[in-house]
Write a new protein. Structure first.
Length: 235
């Protein structure tokens, strides 16, 4: 059995819908507060006058809707409600058997932490461990002070760290050192440095010998004077 036609002439702020013909599939659409949920609420009350208490979650207006709906069974026979009773009268159904009438809003379709949810589902289906991999990548990013956790990352240049600037300066210093080393080898400055070092060592040795000889000369003079002094006292 399905609904062929309905009309809601008055129900709260809902405008007169006029005669609405339905097909095998019908879609109610519109902006927020256009009356989509209110229309469903009215249809539920027209279908189940005695069982509407079961649908308090979509209750919007504390009044009875004015209107009708036409039901068609599998044999093509039409029944107009509420003139002929309600759905329980014509289908021998209880309200409990009709509890699957529900409203789904866009917000109801959203998933909390959607990215993490789909990642977990993917991990379970494929056996991958992308969540753990992302966690490791994030830790490596922090340890390495990187701008992002992928192959295009560079060092951070945050205030107080300036790692990127410091690294750039260090690279320039390495290049300068390499250039200087090349110049030293080309001009044989290393050999000149070695020769200078040997000369300085020889000069240092000569100065030590001079100092030793000077001390010996002074000692000899002292001893000579002391002997003369002793001879003078004896005389």
């Amino acid at each position: 059995m399905r609904i062929n036609e309905f009309s809601i002439r008055r129900y709260g702020p809902l405008p007169d819908t006029g005669r609405v013909l339905l097909g095998n599939f019908s879609l109610l659409f519109g902006k927020n507060e256009d009356g989509k949920t209110l229309t469903i609420d009215a249809l539920v009350k027209l279908l189940l006058r005695r069982g509407r208490v079961l649908f308090e979650r979509i209750k919007r207006v504390d009044e009875e809707p004015e209107g009708y709906l036409v039901m068609e069974d599998d044999e093509g026979k039409e029944v107009k409600l509420p003139e002929k009773g309600d759905l329980m009268d014509i289908m021998d159904l209880t309200p409990q058997e009709c509890r699957n009438i529900f409203i789904i809003r866009n917000s109801d379709l959203s998933i909390a932490s959607e990215a993490e949810f789909y990642r977990n589902v993917t991990d379970r289906l494929t056996g991958l461990r992308t969540g753990e991999i992302l966690s490791v990548r994030s830790q490596l990013q922090e340890l390495g002070k990187l701008t992002r956790a992928d192959g295009t990352a560079s060092l951070r240049d945050w205030a107080g760290e300036k790692l990127k600037t410091k690294t750039r300066r260090a690279n320039r210093l390495i290049e300068d050192i390499a250039e200087l080393d090349k110049k030293v080898k080309e001009e044989e400055l290393d050999r000149l440095e070695e020769a200078l070092l040997k000369i300085r060592e020889k000069a240092s040795e000569i100065r030590r010998k001079i100092k030793t000889l000077e001390e010996a000369r002074k000692r000899e003079k002292y001893e000579e004077g002391d002997r003369a002094y002793q001879a003078l006292i004896s005389a």
